[in-house]
Design a protein around this ligand. Structure first.
Ligand SMILES: N[C@@H](CCC(=O)N[C@@H](CS)C(=O)NCC(=O)O)C(=O)O
Length: 212
């Protein structure tokens, strides 16, 4: 049985899940899903994710989809090893808020930018400059809010690294190799935070494991 992660190694969602497993130093089996041939839209994969998107995840008889939900599961199921959350509700509250900020404010702009600037070229697809301009204009004000938060707190959810920071890694990694890096670099606390989270050994192991 054991842990199985299904998907493409370049997928940000897949890498988000691998980041969680890497922080916990958990062994897992990676099963490549050939998206070129549409295997993510067919059985057996859609028994894991009925929406036909990677990643898919299994831990024994637990089958999950949605990368952020999988990360929460891993944190709770393997809490004892390198905890990235708190039992105390008052300490955990801000972590929840910043986890939602990642999904609903940051990723809605940065995820599309990462696709346009980093992933589309990887797949030989054209970059849509209008989408890039629109999403850059949306990301700037979000990063202003991050700058204000990070000028008061070393990490987003707490003074220590938590799930809230970790969720950002795949998208920030992709954007750090593009012109959108300038948006992060223009804000000193955001820039320092980006350098800090990208330098985590657990993330280096993910990049090693997923490199082409
Ligand atoms: N919210 C989902 C997003 C998953 C997602 O968009 N996966 C992409 C690859 S990065 C995918 O499977 N795209 C193929 C499709 O939507 O048909 C998650 O975080 O797991």
């Amino acid at each position: 049985m054991g842990i199985k992660v299904y998907g493409s190694p370049v997928s940000p969602g897949v890498r988000r899940v691998l980041a969680a497993l890497s922080e916990k130093e958990l062994d897992y089996e990676f099963i490549n899903v050939n998206m070129m041939t549409g295997d993510h839209k067919k059985e057996p994969f859609i028994s894991i994710n009925p929406f036909g998107q990677v990643p898919g995840f299994e831990d024994g008889d637990v089958k999950l989809f949605e990368s952020r939900a999988i990360v929460r599961y891993i944190e709770q199921a393997y809490k004892d090893k390198n905890p990235l959350s708190f039992d105390d509700a008052k300490k955990m509250g801000p972590v929840y808020s910043w986890m939602e900020a990642e999904a609903l404010h940051f990723d809605t702009a940065a995820g599309s930018l990462a696709f346009q600037l980093a992933l589309a070229p990887l797949f030989g697809m054209p970059t849509n400059d209008a989408v890039v301009a629109e999403k850059e204009a949306k990301l700037g004000p979000v990063l202003d809010i991050y700058e204000a938060r990070l000028s008061k707190s070393k990490y987003l959810g707490a003074d220590t690294y938590t799930l809230a920071d970790m969720l950002h890694l795949p998208t920030i990694h992709y954007l750090s190799g593009t012109k959108a890096k300038a948006l992060f670099d223009a804000r000193p606390h955001v820039k320092a935070w980006v350098a800090d989270i990208l330098a985590r050994p657990a993330w280096a192991r993910v990049l090693e494991k997923t490199k082409a």
